[in-house]
Design a protein around this ligand. Structure first.
Ligand SMILES: [Cu+2]
Length: 464
């Protein structure tokens, strides 16, 4: 947006040079300590023309965001209030000064030094453009008896630069962004499972065999590459779309009959379900999410069985649900000076059966975490995940009775995992990296059911 504004500015200055007759005196930006992401700018503008000039926008190639502010008294607190425009009367002089109108320079590309020069472009209501060069200057901060309240925005700007501002990599969904921001994300998730649990304890292959199954899974890996895009329609509403590429592999062992002890591997890979979501910001700390899962993933994936015949793979090996699923979520995060915490609740409801006459069970999840920045660029987090998954409803026409993975009643579980994570906020960059890994610490399952050894998530995001 900033770049677009500048391009527009160049076009206008080229075509309409001197269309605006203004003089700008002593333009300066307050020198801020490193790591501070907001600075005020002051100058005096003289309108040499016989017409009023209304400034409606400011931008700079060195800052992501700029605003015009006024300072107003609210009780005994001074507040900075964003202004959509400021009008300079014909043949008048107007001062942008401390405790009054000023420019707010936000999210600099780098930490600036004294006497560094910063380009600033102004756009007027009539579409004219004029520019000036501001100089970074050390200025004594006025000692004020009154408290300065930067409001929501000041806190937000400061917090946004923290590594723990974004959720740990394993936490789904996201946070609202500033209006018109666009973000691209990539997440890689991997999970290793082995066999098997029933209730809260591990069970042996003999146990599975004695239940009448002739095959048992031995281990399973799931890899997921998820691509997402998020766009902030305004400060309250962001829209997201997510699609994943999934790879699954399962090894089975023959428990009875012919070829006892032989193992066999099956795999499935392809696109998963497409998810589109809306985020609604409730406050600076919380948001609501509603997402719809659209069945783009296959749910009748096939692979060769032990006999060499291509058969539909059991439920856990499928890539999609085959149903339109609704997920409602609530996220909360509170950021303190040197730590933060948050939690997220998600509930997924599946309404219909897929064309193979089954559906995955409903699902409820809770993720909670505490995070602590250990430097300006790195934060550490500890978290707990609770997931509650229901059994499969209906019965696939492709099912068989040979393996517990095909049994609809061996899928529900309550699982608690603990995890540890790292977030990186690259300096002077719009990229973030997160990594989070966890292991189950409590499981209560309807089984025999496969259970995870560990899971890891790696997340990358880039904000335009
Ligand atoms: Cu301000």
């Amino acid at each position: 947006m900033k770049k677009l504004l500048l391009i527009i500015a160049f076009i206008f200055t080229a075509n309409a040079a001197n269309a605006i007759d203004v003089t700008i005196e002593s333009p300066k930006i307050r020198l801020m300590p490193p790591g501070v992401n907001m600075a005020a700018g002051y100058f005096t503008i003289i309108n040499n023309s016989d017409k009023d000039i209304t400034i409606v926008g400011v931008s700079s190639s060195k800052y992501d965001s700029m605003e015009i502010h006024d300072t107003v008294k609210d009780g005994d607190v001074m507040k900075m209030v964003k202004q959509d425009s400021v009008t300079i009367s014909a043949n008048a002089r107007f001062e942008f000064k401390p405790m009054s109108y000023h420019l707010m320079f936000m999210m600099p590309d780098e930490d600036f030094k004294e006497n560094q020069e910063i380009d600033v472009t102004f756009i007027t209501k009539s579409g004219d453009v004029f520019s000036s060069v501001f100089t970074v200057k050390k200025m004594t901060v006025m000692k004020m008896k009154m408290k300065m309240d930067m409001g929501d925005m000041g806190h937000m700007m400061k917090n946004m630069m923290r590594p723990d501002y974004v959720f740990p990599a394993g936490v789904k969904g996201g946070k609202n962004m500033m209006s018109k921001k666009l973000m691209f994300g990539y997440k890689y998730g991997t999970m290793e499972m082995d066999c098997c649990k029933d209730s809260t304890s591990s069970v042996s292959n003999d146990f599975i065999k004695n239940l009448g199954f002739s095959m048992a899974p031995t281990d399973m890996t799931m890899d997921m590459h998820m691509f997402s895009a998020m766009y902030a329609v305004n400060n309250k509403i962001s829209l997201m779309a997510m699609i994943s590429y999934i790879e699954k592999e399962m090894e089975m062992v023959k428990l009875s009959g012919m070829n006892v002890g032989n193992t066999h591997k099956t795999s499935s890979r392809g696109m998963g379900d497409l998810s589109i979501a809306g985020l609604y910001k409730l406050s600076g700390k919380s948001n609501l999410k509603a997402s719809l899962s659209i069945p783009t993933g296959e749910y009748d994936e096939k692979d060769h069985n032990m006999m060499g015949m291509r058969k539909v793979l059991p439920y856990p090996m499928q890539l999609g649900s085959g149903t339109y699923d609704l997920t409602l979520g609530y996220s909360f995060q509170e950021i303190h000076d040197d730590w933060s915490y948050g939690f997220q609740l998600n509930a997924t409801k599946r309404f219909d059966y897929n064309s193979e006459d089954w559906r995955y069970g409903d699902r409820r999840e809770l993720s909670a975490w505490v995070a602590k920045p250990v430097s300006q660029t790195v934060s550490l987090s500890f978290g707990l995940d609770v997931e509650h998954q229901d059994n499969i409803n209906g019965k696939s026409s492709n099912r068989n009775n040979m393996t517990p993975t095909w049994n609809e009643y061996f899928h529900s579980h309550l699982r608690v995992s603990s995890n540890i994570g790292l977030n990186f906020k690259l300096p002077n960059s719009k990229s973030r990296i997160g990594i989070q890994c966890g292991v189950p610490i409590y499981e209560d399952v309807d089984g025999p059911q496969m259970d995870p050894d560990f899971k890891c998530n790696l997340g990358l995001s880039y904000m335009m």
